[in-house]
Design a protein around this ligand. Structure first.
Ligand code: C2E
Ligand code: MG
Ligand code: MG
Ligand code: MG
Length: 292
């Protein structure tokens, strides 16, 4: 293993670790075409209450439906868009479209929901970002409280002084900040004190092997405890089993996001799920079927 070879460490990497391979240049060219052709779309994944499983909000996840390649995963195209700057265009579109979509979700659900949108480091640093944010809020006539912006620890740490200024502007608009993939970055916990953060999203890698994995359990417990004392909400990402949900709910985790309670889905499918949830609510509790 590279670790044991000392000096050679830096050069012994599998190709997947040295960034996008050269042939992604054609993928990059295809992306510009895809923007013109409108091949990008948004999926929505429910974020639910861990106890009642009621949908509280949705995370917006971008998809690229290429005519011959099929669905290109964001893990492949977001890094390219981040490099060439296309993320600013795509991200602005996603933010505005998601805010508009939330209104339709709420109309069907007949209650307040929120929408969570991923913001990449480059978007966050872009001079126009606040304009983009204001435009999305104004165009959708959505209240800032209903918007959660997901950023990573890395995004905050690139330029903490700038980050502090932007976050205070977001706070003025009442938009909430979630730390995505919490626990996987390199930053110190001091930033939780420094920045106005509202939500921690526990990374999927800490959830995956629950409840068996003791170290993962210890980390989840520590995050839940930390969040409680700092008055932050917690969303556990990547919950796939009932056992994981029960483990987390029993330890006070309030919100869950994962395949168990809903995969990322097209807007019309999300609308149908919301409609079903209304009908579920009109059935008297004693007649409601308990989960098998
Ligand atoms: P993320 O923001 O951490 O999003 C969560 C990812 O976990 C999504 O992958 C989602 O489909 C996946 N996931 C959710 N529940 C489960 C589960 O139970 N099991 C498993 N195995 N996976 C689950 P996705 O959609 O492929 O997105 C990957 C990443 O791409 C996102 O990670 C985010 O960093 C980025 N991304 C996606 N959409 C956007 C966007 O509109 N803008 C920006 N800047 N980044 C985006
Ligand atoms: Mg996210
Ligand atoms: Mg995440
Ligand atoms: Mg992630």
């Amino acid at each position: 293993r590279a670790k044991e070879t000392g000096k050679a460490r830096a050069v012994i990497h599998s190709p997947s670790h040295i960034g996008p391979p050269q042939h992604d240049i054609s993928l990059e060219a295809a992306m510009f075409q895809a923007v013109r052709e409108g091949e990008f779309l948004l999926y929505y994944q429910p974020i639910v209450d861990a106890r009642t499983r009621a949908i509280q909000g949705f995370e917006t996840l971008m998809r690229w439906k290429h005519p011959t390649l099929g669905m290109v995963p964001p893990a492949r195209f977001i890094p390219i868009a981040e490099t060439n700057g296309l993320i600013n265009l795509l991200g602005a579109w996603a933010l505005k479209a998601a805010c508009v979509q939330l209104k339709q979700f709420e109309d069907v659900a007949r209650r307040n929901l929120y929408i969570s949108v991923n913001i990449s480091p480059r978007q966050f640093r872009n001079d126009k970002f606040l304009e983009v944010l204001d435009d999305a809020l104004a165009f959708s006539s959505m209240r800032g409280e209903q918007l959660v912006l997901e950023i990573t620890e890395g995004t905050l740490m690139i330029d903490p002084v700038h980050a502090e200024a932007i976050l205070s502007k977001m706070a003025e608009r009442k938009a909430r900040i979630a730390i995505d993939d919490f626990g996987t970055g390199y930053s110190s916990l001091a930033y939780l004190k420094r920045f106005p953060i509202s939500v921690l999203k526990i990374d999927r890698t800490f959830i995956r092997d629950l409840p068996a994995a003791q170290k993962d359990g210890a980390i989840c417990n520590a995050v839940l405890d930390l969040a409680k004392h700092l008055d932050l909400s917690v969303v556990a990402e990547g919950v796939e089993t009932e056992e994981q949900l029960h483990y987390l709910a029993a330890r006070g985790c309030q919100y869950i996001q994962g395949y168990l309670t809903g995969k990322p889905m097209a807007a019309n499918v999300a609308l149908a799920a919301l409609e079903d949830s209304i009908h579920a609510n009109v059935v008297p509790a004693e007649l409601r079927q308990v989960h098998p």
